[in-house]
Design a protein around this ligand. Structure first.
Ligand SMILES: Cc1cc2nc3c(=O)[nH]c(=O)nc-3n(C[C@H](O)[C@H](O)[C@H](O)COP(=O)(O)O)c2cc1C
Length: 399
């Protein structure tokens, strides 16, 4: 890849990680990802905004080959996928100063062993002149670490946002060309990384909306030359409005829980409630996280294993608890053999979820007519709660 111009004097250096399939040893990447750095050439000084993951440091350095001098390297976020190649950049450009937020200073030193004397802290709102271009730094904490900031170039109405608004997508597209594809990738990114910080993200979006920009250049995925697309999507995801949707992660060893789950899906669907069910034996947790962004109700389906829920249910309950989705209601269904504490244990795993439990159906062995009758009542309770809240149907996309 070569550096490509996105504004006069501003180039995107996209390092595309086509083959990466897991992020942070946690997040599935069905479409790979990219790490974007940006070169800003002013009349009197040149700056590089962010770097790349150390795995692609050669790709980054190759794209910087023709660059004689860099005066400033801006680190918007200290995590390795953007800051990991900073030591290489600082070595290659020995007079460059590393600009970062107050909180990033210690993080860059401790996480990357960046030489302390190279670091210069910039304040929230501070500007650095590159001659005919200015870099203005806007602190946007907790998107998604405490030190994160954005960088704004007023002369070009360009906002560098790092992880904020990013999407995990390996592509040669410089700009968003397929909105549906980017929407899905950006929602996956938001769901897994940003969702726990919904309230502070809302404040940060408000802060950024005071700026006049016509381009958002994130550090993952394509550049937004129509920023309203992603701003509107984010506003929808962070809004308190839930959708008439149920997320139903389940697992079944011998089929009993699965029969209960399938009956529940039919009963809810018949009442006009959308359901996204995920078999935890084969789940892509990214898709599950995406479903949690809008849903009003979480239903967990589990057999009992060694007194508690199946270990896969432990994992997914813990994950949902960490991601803190909007969810207002919950329910648990499942089958057991002789004695179970699955319900109590699941309840203990989700203290962050401020949900009303609308019902639990625990069946000894195979479900029968009585079990299905209980499930019908549960479906009725869920539908009534959703309609009482006047929840709107999920559109899946805001575009
Ligand atoms: C490894 C294993 C451990 C189990 N431990 C318990 C248990 O502690 N308590 C219990 O009531 N049933 C236990 N069971 C029985 C299952 O919960 C029971 O067979 C249930 O009907 C399975 O539901 P499923 O068909 O949805 O997999 C265990 C089953 C297996 C395979």
């Amino acid at each position: 890849m070569h550096a490509r111009e996105i504004k006069k004097g501003i180039e995107a250096i996209c390092c595309v990680h086509w083959e990466r399939r897991l992020f942070d040893s946690l997040i599935p990447l069905p479409d790979g990802t990219s790490y974007n750095a940006y070169l800003v050439r002013g009349e009197t000084a040149t700056a590089l905004v962010d770097s790349a993951d150390p795995a692609l440091r050669d790709e980054l350095m190759e794209q910087l080959q023709g660059v004689d001098n860099i005066d400033y390297v801006v680190s918007q976020h200290s995590e390795q996928d953007h800051a990991g190649a900073l030591p290489d950049v600082l070595k290659r450009f020995p007079s460059a100063k590393l600009l970062c937020s107050e909180k990033a200073r210690d993080m860059l030193i401790s996480h990357l062993h960046v030489p302390e004397e190279r670091v210069r802290v910039v304040a929230d709102g501070e500007s650095v002149s590159l001659g005919n271009k200015t870099l203005t730094f806007i602190y946007t904490p907790w998107v998604h670490w405490p030190e994160t900031m954005c960088t704004y170039v007023p002369e070009d109405q360009c906002l560098f946002s790092c992880d904020f608004f990013g999407s995990h997508l390996a592509t040669t597209d410089l700009y968003v060309t397929d909105q549906a594809k980017v929407y899905e990738a950006a929602k996956r990114y938001y769901a897994e990384i940003m969702m726990p910080f919904r309230a502070i993200i809302a404040k940060n979006i408000e802060k950024l909306s005071e700026l006049d920009f016509d381009m958002i250049a994130p550090s993952h995925g394509p550049v937004y030359d129509q920023p309203d697309f992603i701003l509107e999507a984010y506003k929808d995801w962070i809004s308190p409005q839930m959708k008439n949707e149920v997320v139903l992660p389940y697992i079944s060893m011998h089929g009993s829980t699965e029969m209960m789950v399938k009956h529940l899906i039919d009963a809810l669907t018949a009442k006009g409630v959308s359901v996204q069910a995920f078999d935890l034996a084969v789940v892509d947790i990214g898709k599950l996280a995406i479903a949690l962004v809008d849903a009003a109700t979480l239903i967990v389906g589990t057999p009992t294993v060694h007194v508690g829920p199946h270990p896969a249910v432990y994992y997914v309950s813990h994950l949902a608890n960490l991601l803190k989705p909007k969810l207002k209601y919950a329910a648990i269904v499942g089958s057991y053999g002789w004695s179970s504490k699955a319900i109590e244990q699941i309840a203990g795993l989700i203290p962050n979820l401020k949900v009303d439990v609308l019902g639990t159906v625990l069946q000894k062995g195979l479900p029968d007519a009585g079990t299905f009758a209980q499930i019908d009542i549960l479906a009725d309770n869920i539908a009534k709660a959703h309609y009482a809240d006047e929840l709107v149907s999920g559109t899946g996309r805001a575009v």
